[in-house]
Design a protein around this ligand. Sequence first.
Ligand SMILES: [Zn+2]
Length: 345
Amino acid sequence: MSTETTRIHCSIDLEAPGRRAGWLEVRHSNNRHAYGVIPVPIACIGNGRGPTALVTAGNHGDEHEGKIIARRLIRELDPERVSGRLIVMPALNYPAVVEDTRVSPIDGGNMNRAYPGDAGGTPTFAIAHWVETVLMPMCDAALDLHSGGKMSEYLPCAYLVMGGNRDLMAAKIDAVRAFGAPVTAVVSSTADPRSLSGAADRHGVVNLATELGGGGTVGLDALEVGEAGTRRWLAHVGVLKSDLAPPAAPTRFLRTRDRRDFVAAPMDGLFEPRVRLGDEVKAGDLAAIVHPADDPEREAAEARFSADGVVVCRRVPARAIRGDYLFHVGEPVDEAALRASVGPA
Ligand SMILES: [Zn+2]
């Protein structure tokens, strides 16, 4: 990890009580910015002693539900109901949020593949470095609000990354139970240490994420899952006094194992989905038909599932090229088996 000190200045005092909002001043001198700063929004609500919770959205710039949830927290939470501190970053990769793109238009940086970052690097990596070295050491719990973005649509779900030691994993499972989404997607081998979850794991911060819909729009069902879940989670971690009812039913865990759970386009063409989000499928079932756009005499190609599971996520755009992601599935797993599968403390 870089031992260099951050060059980013935070315009607000994260230690003072009460509510305040400002920005990280990320200096980046190019044709557009010259001597200006990239103002990455940040807000803090503090009230006395207690844990520190972090809520982030806009990690990918084209994922919208989380940005709305984060804004509402900043504007509507009564500081008197907070114990400890809530830090909210509603547009983490701000240049990507401004352009409505997944990754930064300035440096092509994917904010969820940028940790531990680089103090002297381009904006995405400099922001990641500030989060990893300045912000994470302050935090006890972190919630990173994602959606599918323009390219993908998820069953609205919490997202649990299997990482960290046994105690941390147990606390993460407790956190997703409290969040109470109808479904929790679980990933292990597909998890990436360069993600925000990886940064949180390295600092022992109890973290979870979400995948709230997607498609580049705002889904009302996804928004409701995310808003209620976020408030239940804030109460669970001890930062918010909340009278929200617990979830109606326990979350259903769907674990994505490896690349077998993914379906890719076998050729260029028009993607015709043959299943819906939430469908139960078997290995060998038809997932999609890809129609060539050129010669009407040419055969369409079938794409089939190679593992049993529940359809968790689908591609949104109809045009696909060979190798494009079309679907992935998750294997239902019960909570006891999940808890038993985690490593040593
Ligand atoms: Zn994302």
